[in-house]
Design a protein around this ligand. Structure first.
Ligand code: IPE
Ligand code: IPE
Ligand code: MG
Length: 229
């Protein structure tokens, strides 16, 4: 198993609660998604200061296509705008952007923005930001299995999936489930569920989650350290 050291923390966030945040304010759901993209911008800025070197965020699941068409197209437009607006800042701040998930169902206008963002930021070495869009962990696992044709070791499988083990998963919005996110990579991840709605999530929420992560003893199946003393 790959165990990352804590100065290379691989965190993942299920950015949930945008719709409820907006509804509670009498706003359309898309206003929540817009505020959510600001929360992502803030999070990307503060993550490196907290020892996070890789951050995978769930922006749109393969099951989210089931939402009303207007919400889906608004989300795709937002994704397009985010990539275009943030690209130069990411280059300046050493943030490498990768997009994971299926691309063949995304609107055509999004594809050049993805490619441009990935290409422009490829040398970023402070933070690897992985945006999961049209992402399903079960589909990713099936694809990796097909590619490896049954020959895969755990390590080969992890490599085929792209980023190794996740240390910490944060889900905002109060639900306590993974919703088909990084199921293989999270085998031993620490899970933190917070009631904070994603648009309200800020640096201090991220710092608290990282502090809680450090306060937990990860055992990977072994006995507690205290039992060895
Ligand atoms: C997360 O917020 C964003 C996406 C899934 C695209 P939601 O839109 O799921 O917000 P809630 O859960 O309905 O409040
Ligand atoms: C998971 O949230 C996907 C994202 C945050 C992008 P959902 O809101 O789609 O998940 P469920 O439907 O509550 O499980
Ligand atoms: Mg939700």
């Amino acid at each position: 198993m790959q165990q990352s050291t804590y100065d290379t923390l691989h965190a993942a966030i299920i950015m949930d609660g945008n719709g409820r945040w907006a509804t509670a304010r009498g706003l359309p759901r898309i206003a929540g998604h817009r505020a959510g993209s600001e929360a992502l911008r803030r999070t990307v800025e503060s993550a490196p200061n907290l020892g996070i070197r890789s951050l995978t965020v769930y922006a749109f699941s393969s099951d989210n296509w089931r939402r009303p068409r207007t919400e889906v197209s608004a989300l795709m437009r937002l994704f397009h705008t985010y990539l275009r607006r943030e690209r130069d800042k990411c280059v300046e701040n050493g943030v490498r952007i990768s997009v994971i998930g299926r691309r063949d169902r995304l609107p055509l206008m999004v594809l050049p923005e993805i490619e441009a963002a990935e290409k422009a930021t490829i040398r970023g070495d402070k933070l690897h930001l992985r945006l999961a869009v049209d992402y399903s962990s079960r589909d990713a696992i099936l694809d990796a299995a097909k590619r490896l044709k049954g020959k895969g070791t755990r390590e080969a499988f992890s490599e085929a999936l792209g980023a190794g083990d996740v240390d910490l998963v944060i889900r905002t919005g109060g639900e306590k489930r993974l919703s088909d996110f990084l199921l293989w990579e999270c085998a031993y991840a620490e899970l933190i569920f917070t009631p904070v709605m994603w648009p309200d999530f800020n640096e201090s929420d991220l710092a608290s989650a990282v502090a809680e992560f450090h306060s937990r003893e990860r055992r990977f199946g072994a006995v507690p350290k205290a039992a060895l003393a």
